[in-house]
Design a protein around this ligand. Structure first.
Ligand code: GCO
Length: 448
């Protein structure tokens, strides 16, 4: 089947996604305060090969050049995030004018080029001053976050029509407060549950606040998700897969939809109870205009007595002899189909948008060309599955490639390259990869 943009319909949104800390650099420029990712990546041993996001793609200085490249590839929508500590260096209080001006320039230039900005308010870079007070594990985060959201909407809401409250709460609370592999590097179950509950409250409160300040915009929030399957049909593996699926895919969306935390399928979540105050249950729910789905792979799960709390273990793709990306994630296009069907089946049928999908491969730049045919194949095969779900009636209406530029891949450093555009991090030279040209041709081909 030949894939055509036409099949997705005229009102389908196409774009690329990025995040402030992964691209901006300029970590101490223009009055920016430190974020948890600044301190984490500058702590020895936290990031593979000792890299930091101090410079990253230097997007702070090169944004105009990069937007021109995006325009050249005819990409009509750009999802990016605001660095909280660039606009509020201490997290609350003092507003940094040059931070505001940077985002004003960025937004204005997007609009000048006919690129629609889609802003994620929180993509993991909490101001370090707030982490010192407990960060997401401190319930005061709700007030801190409201102040930040209010500032962003009041300064940028006149021009920005699409807002996402949080990026992947499961990842920043789980990897940040329980596994300790992401900022702020905590390993504490209670902190994780506190952070998770506060993030779930903020995602809904943030949505409510935006709607109260601005009625004419689209509000969403995004979730990481992976299609989960049991290793065998043994009852133990099946129930282990249910627990993992609940943790990875259901824990944050269900309270948002008014369905409460899925405690029945993951009794461990009862421990969150100590952080839930009277009245919270209602506050967790908010009627988003869209839900952002972010998918890369699937996970195969087996029962394990040795893994505490959840008794379930991921069987890594490396052990399964399957095709993988540079992240060691399985290439499994049907994953996105299953997830769209799953999220599409929730009551309310909120619109879904794929706010991230893409792949890292060991790209080689040779004679000015990056022949990343594997990425093209990956994107095409996942898109076919998005279309399949749409044709079966799922309310999915957008797709954003992760990502435009090769960038700082968190604890993995710069090795995994996800971009449609290659970045030479020693010279900051950009080179459009074959996948970038493919995306342009795909976006151009439609005839309405
Ligand atoms: C996410 C992450 C991205 C990652 C990407 C690849 O939202 O999943 O925020 O920042 O870079 O997912 O791992």
């Amino acid at each position: 089947m030949q894939l055509s943009k036409d099949d997705f319909g005229a009102d389908f949104t196409w774009g690329v996604s990025a995040a402030a800390y992964q691209i901006e650099g300029a970590h101490q420029t223009g009055g920016k305060g430190a974020s948890v990712w600044d301190t984490f990546s500058n702590t020895k041993g936290k990031i593979k090969s000792g890299e930091t996001g101090n410079v990253a793609c230097d997007f702070y200085h090169k944004y105009a050049h990069d937007l021109l490249l995006m325009h050249q590839l005819h990409i009509p929508n750009f999802r990016f995030s605001i660095s909280w500590s660039r606009v509020l260096p201490n997290g609350t209080g003092f507003v940094n004018r040059s931070g505001i001006e940077f985002y004003n320039r960025l937004i204005d230039f997007c609009l000048e080029l006919d690129i629609e900005p889609w802003i994620t308010l929180y993509h993991w870079d909490l101001p370090y001053e707030l982490e010192k007070k407990g960060g997401w594990a401190n319930r005061e985060i709700i007030d801190w976050f409201n102040e930040y959201v209010q500032l962003c909407i009041s300064r940028f809401g006149d021009r920005v029509k699409n807002w996402m409250v949080l990026n992947e709460p499961m990842v920043f609370t789980g990897a940040g407060y329980f596994l300790g592999i992401h900022a702020p590097g905590k390993r504490n179950l209670r902190s994780f549950f506190a952070a998770a509950h506060h993030a779930a409250l903020c995602q809904a409160e943030g949505g409510r606040l935006i709607r109260s300040l601005k009625s004419d915009c689209k509000i969403g929030t995004t979730f990481s998700c992976s299609h989960v399957e049991p290793l065998t049909q043994d009852a133990d593996d099946i129930s282990a897969a249910v627990r993992m699926d609940t943790l990875m895919n259901r824990m944050f969306i269900e309270p948002l939809l008014g369905l409460s935390y899925p405690v029945k399928d993951l009794p461990l979540l009862e421990r969150m109870g100590e952080f839930i105050l009277p009245g919270d249950e209602q506050k967790l729910a908010f009627d988003m205009d869209f839900i952002g789905i972010q998918n890369y792979t699937r996970e195969i799960i087996r029962y394990s007595r040795l893994v505490p709390l959840i008794n379930a273990k991921i069987v890594s793709a490396g052990r399964r002899n399957v095709e993988t990306t540079a992240m060691d994630w399985e290439v499994y296009p049907e994953s996105i189909y299953h997830l769209l069907k799953k999220f599409g089946a929730y009551p309310g049928k909120t619109q879904l948008i794929v706010t991230e999908n893409g792949a890292a491969f060991p790209d080689i730049l040779s004679d000015g060309v990056v022949a990343d045919e594997k990425r093209i194949k990956y994107l095409q095969s996942y898109l076919k599955q998005v279309l399949r779900a749409k044709q079966e009636g799922v309310n999915v209406n957008g797709y954003f490639v992760w990502t435009f530029l090769d960038n700082f891949e968190w604890a993995e450093g710069y090795r995994p390259r996800f971009g449609l555009v290659h970045v030479d991090f020693s010279t900051q030279k950009r080179t459009i990869k074959n996948s970038g040209r493919w995306y342009k041709n795909f976006l151009d081909a439609a005839t309405y």
